[in-house]
Design a protein around this ligand. Structure first.
Ligand SMILES: Nc1ncnc2c1ncn2[C@@H]1O[C@H](COP(=O)(O)OP(=O)(O)OP(=O)(O)O)[C@@H](O)[C@H]1O
Ligand SMILES: [Mg+2]
Length: 363
């Protein structure tokens, strides 16, 4: 089922939580919604599920107007954020629940429900857990049961709101691969919400970056990583070093900065800002430079240093230790920036702070 959302707005009290969302999801596509806390991800999913209504805009699924349709007529599989299984029901009964509560005319027979649940448990690799209760399961097993419950009704659309939120990094990675397999096998149109960019990029066909009720960018992982569409996306993608520069004939220059590695941009002359990741910056000893090394540490593989200018500006640098020049505290350095996004100063810029990303350790 394809999903088309257009001009969608939603306000709670005085806060405009969705500020005009336009989004097309193709039939069978897996799209990740990525954005900081409070950006409206859950609200958008709830509207698609029929648990919340927008103030304006349209929602069409396979050409049908879904805003006219009650939640239970939409056949949505939903795994909620902070999802809880029914504690007093076995795994088997939890998965069967959605089928058991169907209106009598649509409800499969007892035997059909049992067969369907067996088939799902085998497919989700949880058949050995059938008679256990939620309290007897690991977090990862619970998430599989939750997904089984969502899939039991053969949903036309699958909505997953941070389904792996509470799990540790290694289990999340396993479940991610497993979920991708499940998605490919069922072919359901899926929208997956996450805070975690690695998770979004690894799982999804396309990633939608949301910030404060707006879609900031839609694209493939490499695109969003290399060509953020706005300062907001650049910061959210980890380009935390932000420096003023001057553009002339498409080239950026700035005091103590070597920006010769950056490609020429089709941008107007004048003041601009560059956004770079600490790992894309190199400190190069230069007695004439205006930056000094103010702190220096090593993780073994990488040097982490802070370079400071007399006006107090600080820049974090992470460079491979092997092959790095000899550096010491107080040494004057120039900063060579290998990759960065550049935006003219006039451009729309969200001043709202971006919450730190949940970084996963040890890939
Ligand atoms: N029922 C409600 N009443 C009032 N405000 C609400 C309600 N639901 C959500 N909000 C507000 O709407 C905004 C968006 O909330 P939403 O839950 O969609 O964010 P989110 O992107 O899912 O965040 P998180 O990543 O923390 O889950 C927040 O500011 C939230 O406080
Ligand atoms: Mg949420």
């Amino acid at each position: 089922m394809s999903i088309t959302i257009s001009g969608m707005t939603k306000r709670f009290d005085r806060t405009e939580v969705l500020q005009g969302i336009d989004l097309d999801v193709a039939d069978g596509e897996l799209v990740a919604l990525l954005g900081p806390s409070g950006s409206g991800k859950t609200t958008l999913l709830k509207i698609i599920a029929g648990l919340e209504w927008p103030d304006s805009g349209r929602l069409q699924v396979a050409g049908q107007d879904w805003l006219q349709l009650a939640a239970r007529d939409r056949r949505i599989g939903f795994v909620f954020q902070h999802y809880a299984l029914f504690p007093h029901m076995s795994v088997r009964d939890n998965i069967a629940f959605g089928l058991e509560v169907m209106p009598r005319g649509q409800r499969p027979s007892r035997a059909q429900i049992a067969a369907k649940v067996d088939e799902l448990m085998a497919f989700l690799q949880i058949d050995q857990l059938a008679d256990r209760y939620p309290a007897q399961l690991s977090g990862g097993q619970r998430q599989r049961v939750a997904l089984g419950r969502a899939l039991a009704i053969q949903p036309r659309v699958l909505l997953l709101d941070e389904p792996f939120g509470a799990l540790d990094a290694a289990i999340r990675r396993d479940l991610r691969r497993w979920l991708r397999g499940v998605h490919e096998a069922t072919g359901s149109t899926t929208i997956f919400v996450t805070h975690d960019q690695e998770e979004a990029f690894e799982l999804a066909d396309r990633v939608v970056v949301m910030g404060a009720g707006r879609i900031e960018q839609i694209g493939h992982a490499d695109d969003i990583h290399d060509h953020p569409a706005s300062p907001f996306v650049a910061r959210f993608m980890g380009a935390t070093v932000e420096l003023p520069v001057t553009l002339a004939a498409g080239r950026a220059t700035g005091p103590g900065l070597d920006l010769s590695a950056l490609p020429r941009r089709a941008l107007p002359d004048g003041p601009a800002r560059i956004f770079a990741r600490p790992a894309d910056i190199r400190a190069v000893p230069d007695p004439a430079a205006c930056w000094t090394v103010s702190s220096l540490g090593s993780t073994g593989a990488e040097l982490h240093l802070t370079a400071t200018k007399p006006d107090g500006t600080e820049v974090e640098v992470q460079m491979p230790r092997r092959g790095a020049p000899a550096l010491s505290r107080g040494a004057p350095v120039a900063l060579r920036i290998e990759a960065a996004a550049v935006f003219p100063d006039s451009r729309r810029d969200h001043a709202a702070p971006v919450l730190p990303l949940r970084k996963e350790i040890a890939r």
